[in-house]
Design a protein around this ligand. Structure first.
Ligand code: ADP
Ligand code: MG
Length: 210
């Protein structure tokens, strides 16, 4: 599904990733562990197409297509999803509108009609119990005033709504209590199938046990 070949990544002129190789097949779940500052988030952000991270060598191939130069939104439309290590708050933008705009942006790139509001709401409501959030979170601004754990759950909600083929979860388990961790692990487990791949970045074995 995704293959890294001799990937070299620099951030503001500093080489962070040096000749990284990894091949992730459909249905596989890979785990990346390593000390702080070793470049895990750099790798995740590079796959998502963050403009601050420049590929200085090697390639990232996704479903046989080289994606080095694609925009973040093109990568998203291809089915790549990144759960951020530090989710960003967007005061003034309602969570439900944000989710709908994200889904419709992808549908637009794929030349599909906009999803209708009623069906969309029904779908999102169905996912809420899977991440342990109630409906009030849909009507608040994106991550605004959410606790650390609620932000991480909201990231997984985004994953369920966007239905990606490749999910990169960057320390989604950090800062979660044991119950939240179980809920998120369960959510990921239910979402897994033979066509969907995961790259989990974590410091803890607990997540993997669940
Ligand atoms: P990890 O996620 O493994 O903890 P990161 O990918 O966040 O590691 O960071 C790897 C290295 O890249 C660190 O030394 C960090 O300071 C550096 N780095 C990351 N982002 C930037 C940036 N925007 N500007 C300068 N250095 C950065
Ligand atoms: Mg990190």
């Amino acid at each position: 599904m995704i293959e890294f070949k001799n990937l070299i990544v620099e951030v503001e002129g500093k080489r962070i990733i040096n000749k990284f190789n990894l091949n992730v097949l459909p249905g596989e779940l890979h785990v990346i562990m390593g000390p702080n500052g070793s470049g895990k988030s750099t790798l995740a952000n590079t796959v998502a197409g963050h403009p601050r991270y420049t590929i200085e060598g090697g390639s990232i191939t996704y479903n046989k297509e080289k994606i080095n130069k694609l925009s973040p939104e093109q990568r998203s439309a291809l089915g790549i999803f990144l759960s951020l290590q530090y989710p960003v708050s967007i005061p003034g933008v309602k969570n439900i509108y944000f989710l709908k705009a994200a889904v419709n942006s992808i549908r637009k790139i794929k030349n599909k009609n906009e999803i209708d509001t009623g069906n969309f709401l029904k779908m999102v409501r169905g996912f809420l119990p899977l991440v342990g959030l109630d409906e009030s979170f849909l009507h608040r601004s994106v991550n605004d005033g959410f606790s650390g754990g609620e932000k991480k759950r909201n990231e997984i909600l985004q994953m369920l709504v966007l239905q990606p083929d490749l999910s990169i979860l960057d320390e989604t388990d950090s800062g979660l209590d044991i119950d939240a961790l179980k809920i998120i692990a369960e959510g990921i487990k239910n979402y897994r199938n033979v066509n969907r791949s995961f790259i989990l970045i974590t410091h803890y074995h607990r997540m993997l046990d669940f």
